[in-house]
Design a protein around this ligand. Structure first.
Ligand SMILES: Cc1cc2nc3c(=O)[nH]c(=O)nc-3n(C[C@H](O)[C@H](O)[C@H](O)COP(=O)(O)OP(=O)(O)OC[C@H]3O[C@@H](n4cnc5c(N)ncnc54)[C@H](O)[C@@H]3O)c2cc1C
Length: 359
């Protein structure tokens, strides 16, 4: 429901890779960014704006009653307000769950104790954008709440970014393994650039060794037939791919979100499987052959459902809490889970296995 990624990103890359025969690793580790913007409406700045601002200026996090609450969750960093992301996420989630949230279901972040000149010096041009959005930090707090931000897991690769599927390379956020169970701030962009270059070099060498290939009817045939089969499917009354995608997002947010448990995860797993194997086939797809968004959305959803099921399965199998994977029913970090988890697709079924963390 709340993500810093564009709205139409469904994890297609992971689904496509699984279907091509690649494996994915550590997919249960999804980082939530604690101070994601919630209200009032803000245009022109991304929702992660508040975290650096809070740290720089010492913004105060308050519950719906206007009380500071971080020290109720073991946070005692005092004046510096430099609490770790996981601690903040945990504290906000629990505070809202206990019925002490702000009007939009988050918590307040207040800068009202800071003087106008200090705000101006620290925020510079951003202050102007806040004003354009009618946000006056000297008068009113904003509302914030954790937001899904970064996928630590991803496609399994070697040091040449090869996936095990000939000709398929992965780098950046889609590749897994570089960050373990959590990511340090600032690591994602260098990772994408360093490993992106490596992937590009390796892919170029691979392509240079291959003879020029023409359209291959035998290998392309089933895919073309699939597109033809989906085009104009169930035209008439019914559920659209975009609507089922909305249901999937809601399900992932409520059952496979910041804090997980066996019951919710099992329920989500069953529902996602039903969406993937049954409901997907009953969706309405337009028969337009030009700019057919429902056709595109159908294929995005098909892969997104596979990615969602893989994440849910991985979260179910890891019966402990570690890094960004937090289980209410297994709150401790266990030595026997100091392992990496692989997910692969075997005969249409997702299979999980644990392995030593590669060094
Ligand atoms: C708001 C925000 C702030 C961040 N701040 C920081 C930071 O300060 N420091 C840091 O290190 N990291 C930060 N990150 C994380 C970092 O930006 C990302 O991890 C990184 O950009 C990922 O790069 P990428 O090339 O792997 O993926 P992307 O940059 O997401 O590129 C993927 C591309 O693939 C395209 N695409 C998607 N689906 C399809 C499809 N089906 N067909 C064709 N193309 C497709 C997309 O349009 C996109 O252009 C931030 C992320 C966000 C969202």
């Amino acid at each position: 429901r709340r993500t810093t990624a564009p709205n139409n990103i469904a994890g297609e890359g992971l689904g496509l890779a699984l279907r091509a025969g690649a494996k994915i690793v550590d997919i249960e580790f999804l980082q939530f960014y604690p101070n994601g913007h919630m209200a009032p409406r803000m245009v022109g700045l991304d929702p992660t704006t508040w975290e650096p601002t809070r740290v720089k200026l010492g913004g105060r996090l308050l519950n719906g009653r206007g009380e500071e609450f971080l020290n109720n969750y073991g946070e005692n960093s005092g004046e510096k307000y430099d609490t770790a992301r996981d601690t903040l996420t945990h504290a906000m989630y629990k505070e809202v769950k206990s019925g002490r949230g702000s009007p939009h279901g988050g918590v307040f972040l207040s800068f009202q104790h800071i003087e106008q000149t200090a705000l101006k010096n620290a925020l510079g041009p951003a202050l102007e954008i806040f004003h354009r959005n009618n946000i006056d930090l000297t008068k009113r707090p904003v509302e914030v709440y954790p937001i899904a931000h970064y996928q630590m897991g991803g496609i399994e690769v070697n040091t040449d970014m090869e996936t095990g599927v000939p000709g398929l390379y992965a780098a950046g956020e889609i590749a897994g393994g570089a960050n373990g169970a959590n990511r340090l701030s600032g690591n994602a962009l260098p990772e994408a650039m360093v490993f992106g270059e490596r992937a590009g070099e390796a892919a170029t060498k691979f392509a240079a060794k291959r003879s020029k290939r023409r359209w291959n009817k035998t290998s392309a045939g089933p895919h073309v037939e699939l597109i033809k089969g989906v085009l104009g499917k169930n035209v008439g009354e019914g559920y659209s791919p975009a609507r089922l995608y909305g249901d999937l997002k809601e399900l992932m947010w409520t059952k496979v979100g910041m804090f997980r448990n066996e019951k919710d995860l099992s329920e989500a797993n069953t529902k996602i499987r039903a969406m993937r194997l049954n409901e997907l086939q009953n969706l309405v797809v337009s028969s337009e052959t030009i700019h057919n968004m429902s056709l595109v959305e159908w294929f995005e959803l098909r892969s997104g459902l596979l990615a969602a099921e893989a994440l849910t399965l991985a979260a179910l199998k890891r019966r402990e809490s570690r890094g960004a994977h937090q289980r209410d029913d297994f709150p401790d970090t266990l030595n026997n889970y100091q392992l990496s988890q692989k997910i692969m697709l075997e005969n249409g079924k997702l299979v999980s296995s644990l392995m030593e963390v590669p060094t």
